[in-house]
Design a protein around this ligand. Structure first.
Ligand SMILES: Cc1cc2nc3c(=O)[nH]c(=O)nc-3n(C[C@H](O)[C@H](O)[C@H](O)COP(=O)(O)O)c2cc1C
Length: 239
């Protein structure tokens, strides 16, 4: 492989947010998983595991995640007392990590920029709750992807387990792209554990850190959106 071809591959991967229903053949999925095992990990512990859902299982998960999302609508719409009501009704998201925690102030502008860029691209106004809810539901449905994946990390090896899972996941995404398969990480799915536990036996020590989607990009305009790719930040050397 040439340097150019790796650079092209890395640049061509992007988050796809509308998938065709076409399934990913099992042999392709196996080849992608085989490449993912080439990733390095802390003392070679590979402190992560994946859960993969296709067909009816993926469809059940889509329905379950949308139902969970809909329970949080009053919070999404920033209604007064919504969070308290969610607690009282036992509908607080049951994820292992706080997916909706506030962003650090120095990082917040980047989150706002990408969200605004995406919504502008889709022509969705800030106050258009209906359209925003619909976009979030599509997110919960893995944007219609035929493969819904879940990344679980060992709670006894944090933070290295999260690091190792990330390295593995990008290896998987790049392999997928090289095999003509598109992807999108789906952090939103980590807001809830219930739907995943209803479909998979997850060992006690494992925590859900993100979901992801695999499949084939549709021609919908949402897939023309490109996020800014800032250079990796370098610390200033002391003089
Ligand atoms: C851990 C993780 C979780 C993410 N979750 C979501 C998500 O739930 N929905 C979404 O549309 N994009 C999600 N993204 C995609 C990011 O918004 C995207 O990677 C970033 O804007 C850069 O764009 P690119 O992937 O096209 O280069 C997630 C990315 C990561 C790494």
């Amino acid at each position: 492989m040439t340097t150019e071809s790796f650079s092209d591959l890395a640049a061509s991967r992007h988050s796809v947010r509308d998938f065709l229903p076409d399934p990913v053949p099992d042999e392709l999925l196996d080849a992608i998983l085989d490449d993912a095992r080439q990733a390095p990990s802390w003392s070679n512990t590979r402190p992560f595991m994946l859960a993969l859902a296709t067909e009816e299982r993926a469809d059940r998960l889509r329905g379950a995640y949308v139902a969970e999302f809909d329970k949080t609508l009053s919070v999404q719409h920033r209604e007064r007392g919504a969070m308290a009501r969610l607690v009282l009704t036992g509908n607080l998201p049951d994820g292992d990590y706080k997916v909706w925690a506030p962003y650090p102030s120095d990082l917040k502008p980047h989150q706002v920029a990408v969200a605004k860029g995406l919504y502008d691209h889709l022509g969705i106004a800030r106050e258009d709750h209906e359209a925003r809810d619909a976009a979030n539901r599509r997110n919960c449905e893995a944007f219609g992807a035929p493969v819904m994946g879940f990344v679980l990390i060992h709670k006894g090896l944090m933070p290295f387990a999260a690091l190792d899972a990330g390295i593995m996941l990008q290896t998987l995404f790049l392999s997928a792209k090289a095999h003509g398969v598109d992807s999108c990480p789906l952090g939103i799915l980590a807001a809830w554990r219930g739907p995943l536990d209803a479909e998979f036996e997850i060992p006690d020590d494992y925590r859900l850190i993100t979901g992801f989607a695999l499949g084939y990009a549709s021609g919908e305009p949402v897939n023309d959106f490109r996020a800014e790719r800032r250079p990796v930040r370098l610390a200033a050397p002391r003089s």
